[in-house]
Design a protein around this ligand. Structure first.
Ligand SMILES: [Zn+2]
Ligand SMILES: [Zn+2]
Length: 328
């Protein structure tokens, strides 16, 4: 979803005082559809006249049953990537990137029920695991007969289609990554034309975002981003003439004692030190800060360890939560 949404998410959490860390990716994508125009980056050709959405479509079509028209394609093709799936399907065929499977190739893509039906019409026993059913069919049914008996063929990639799919796999990987955006990935790839590896592209993106950090890895980058975000927030508070900040940790079972210790305690902004009295206190720390405003918190979202669900309760600190809900 992109790092700016990640920042947004974190600030939304501040507002809601939410303790849950889950992100409703589907919801975010739907929201994007309604509010955003198609990003111009999706109208730029990647290779062979293909748009980013068509590279994703190529991946999406692989192994799908052979059909002439796709009736209910995922909405993101149209609303996010701006492509007409059926027009693009024709285009992928015309460019010779797609082919139809042979009956043999289709067997692993069939369900067990469909395989058993083939065994049944050939008077073969229907017992065994999926792989065994396939072997039994291949051993006993001729290719010609099988061509007539498979319920449908599938769409597969030609060698040319496979080449494109492999070379531009970073687009599909970004599409599947709910924490990073396809737009950012393509933009950074344009700046580093020699890099095609998705993780390397992400790393280059973060290096630009965090120019002062020397040793960025995909493992520590969220920590570093959180650190930067908290430092920026503290700077803002100072500019606003605020004197105190407050740490908020998640009220759930996985919050550690180190973080819990600081929850709800007003601390002087001038003495804030990341990792010591300001989050992140460690990698994967979920704490955030707000200015310390006394008495404004009337309720708080907690995770009830008995039900495993989030609840809104009268305001309490981590220590009180721990006593009441975790019996420690
Ligand atoms: Zn912690
Ligand atoms: Zn923490």
């Amino acid at each position: 979803m992109g790092i700016f949404n990640w920042f947004k998410k974190t600030s939304d959490e501040k507002l809601s005082k939410s303790t849950t860390n889950t992100i409703d990716v589907k919801k975010i994508k739907e929201d994007n559809f309604e509010t955003n125009e198609i990003d111009p980056i999706y109208k730029q050709e990647i290779t062979n006249g293909l748009y980013p959405g068509e590279i994703i479509l190529l991946w999406w079509l692989k192994g799908k049953p052979r059909i002439e028209k796709i009736s209910n394609p995922p909405l993101y093709f149209k609303l996010s990537y701006g492509i007409n799936v059926n027009n693009s399907l024709s285009k992928l065929h015309a460019l010779n990137l797609l082919r139809f499977s042979t009956a043999e190739e289709s067997l692993p893509l069939l369900t067990v029920k469909e395989l058993k039906e083939i065994l049944r019409i050939n008077n073969l026993t229907m017992s065994g695991k999926k792989a065994e059913l396939i072997v039994k069919i291949l051993d006993n049914v001729s290719s010609d007969l099988l061509e007539q008996q498979v319920p449908y063929h599938h769409m597969l990639l030609t060698d040319k289609g496979l080449d494109i799919s492999n070379n531009y796999a970073y687009i599909v990987e970004a599409h599947r990554d709910s924490y990073f955006s396809v737009v950012d990935t393509i933009k950074i790839q344009n700046q580093f034309p020699n890099i095609l590896n998705y993780n390397q592209l992400k790393l280059e993106y973060y290096k630009k975002l965090l120019p002062n950090e020397k040793n960025i890895t995909l493992d520590n980058v969220h920590y570093l981003l959180q650190k930067k975000q908290i430092m920026n927030a503290l700077e803002r508070y100072k500019e606003l003439g605020l004197k105190e900040y407050e740490v908020h940790c998640s009220l759930d079972e996985s919050t550690c004692e180190v973080c819990g210790e600081f929850d709800g305690v007003p601390l002087p902004i001038s003495k804030a030190v990341i990792g010591k009295n300001a989050p992140p206190f460690h990698n994967d720390c979920r704490c955030y800060i707000t200015p310390a405003f006394d008495g404004l918190d009337s309720s708080r979202s907690i995770r009830n360890p008995v039900t495993g669900k989030s609840e809104l309760v009268d305001y309490l600190t981590y220590k009180e939560y721990k006593q009441k809900y975790l019996n420690r």
